[in-house]
Design a protein around this ligand. Structure first.
Ligand code: UT7
Length: 322
């Protein structure tokens, strides 16, 4: 039987950490370190410099993941990049990444857009490709330069997000890897988190910045994350007690605490990067996973739960044996 297994991880954060106080000072925000830390857990984030695009961050994370998996560029026959902040309207960031990494295998490359759930979507798509037998070795990346779509006059959103990338190599394997996965969406909630603009006639039409009803997002996130986590654990025939590590989307420490509590998981089993990274949207789960792996906490054979939620509204979870 074919399984889809993660064989390597990588991540990349651009530049130096920017503290809450530095961000507040740089943009003259009516905010405080205390407010941001208390309401979100965020203490710092990273921003890409001018001219640095999502594919540049994806390249650094992808390179590390390939090295960790012991794979050469031409072993990769599928590149999927989850991003809401692509380099261009087209070509896809995945196609640009394929070229930057020197992948000449002629395999497929495309982007997935499911905002902060993007990595969950990308990973599950890659899993299905591998289980179908059509592809053998995928590079799955979440990469974002959210700083490009933040309104520095909107203190309710601009303090929350950061830039970064995380990547995994997902391969066909005789050993179990992904045990269960599930994706969901409810487009009727599209307006509670959006960038309601477009490029047309040579200019931005509408609003090119992140707009969010924070409380509505918070309530929705807490509800659906607990549901989808239960769904994948049950689908795998396991119980929450079998989970070694929860690697949640890093949006807000209070959302993570609430989901962990509902699911009966102690916080010691959660990989947390929200303090240092902020919300890096589609990059947050693979970034946190890579940190868990490289810090030696997540070990080979551990049962790991990924869960994410984001604009659309979209949400999903994956349970896997690392
Ligand atoms: O990946 C998914 C993306 N997003 C999320 O997961 C975010 C989910 N939502 C949240 O994390 C929280 O709703 C926020 C952190 C965004 C906001 O926290 P909250 O406890 O829901 O605050 P609130 O929106 O109810 O605002 C409370 C007060 C308001 O002032 P008034 O009306 O009470 O005077 C806001 O204007 O806090 C004010 N406020 C701020 N104050 C200082 C909003 N942003 C800030 C700020 N600094 N940065």
């Amino acid at each position: 039987m074919i399984h889809a297994r993660i064989t390597g991880t990588g991540s990349y954060l651009p530049g130096s950490p920017i503290s809450n106080d530095a961000l507040i000072a740089a943009h003259g925000l009516d905010s405080s370190d205390d407010w941001i830390v208390e309401r979100t857990g965020i203490k710092a984030r990273h921003f890409a410099g001018p001219g640095v695009a999502a594919s540049d961050l994806a390249y650094e994370a992808g390179r590390q993941a390939l090295a960790a998996a012991g794979r050469a560029p031409n072993d990769i026959d599928l590149v999927i990049v989850a991003t809401s902040t692509p380099d261009y309207v087209f070509p896809s960031t995945a196609a640009l990444l394929q070229a930057k990494l020197g992948i000449k295998s002629g395999g497929a490359a495309f982007d997935v857009q499911a905002v902060c759930s993007g990595f969950m979507y990308a990973l599950t798509i890659a899993e299905k490709f591998i289980l179908s037998g059509s592809h053998k070795c995928a590079l799955v990346v979440g990469a974002e330069v959210f700083s490009r779509i933040l309104d520095w006059k909107d203190r309710g959103t601009c303090v929350l997000f950061g830039d970064g990338a995380g990547a995994v190599v997902l391969e066909a394997s005789a050993e179990p890897g992904i045990l269960a996965s599930s994706l969901h969406a409810d487009g009727s909630y599209n307006s509670i988190l959006s960038v309601p603009g477009q490029v047309s006639g040579g200019q931005a039409i509408g609003d090119p910045f992140v707009r969010m009803d924070g409380q509505a997002v918070f309530k929705f996130a807490v509800k659906v994350l607990a549901e989808v986590a239960s769904e994948v654990v049950a689908a795998a025939g396991l119980t929450p007690a079998d989970i070694d590590w929860l690697v949640p989307h890093q949006a807000n420490i209070r959302i993570i605490q609430s989901t962990a509590r509902k699911f009966g998981l102690p916080m010691e089993k959660c990989i947390l990067t929200v303090h240092d990274h902020g919300n890096t949207s589609a990059a947050s789960i693979p970034l946190a996973f890579d940190h868990g792996v490289r810090s030696g906490r997540i070990k080979c054979g551990d049962v790991v739960l990924f869960e994410g939620v984001g604009g659309g509204f979209t949400w999903g979870a994956t349970l896997l044996k690392y």
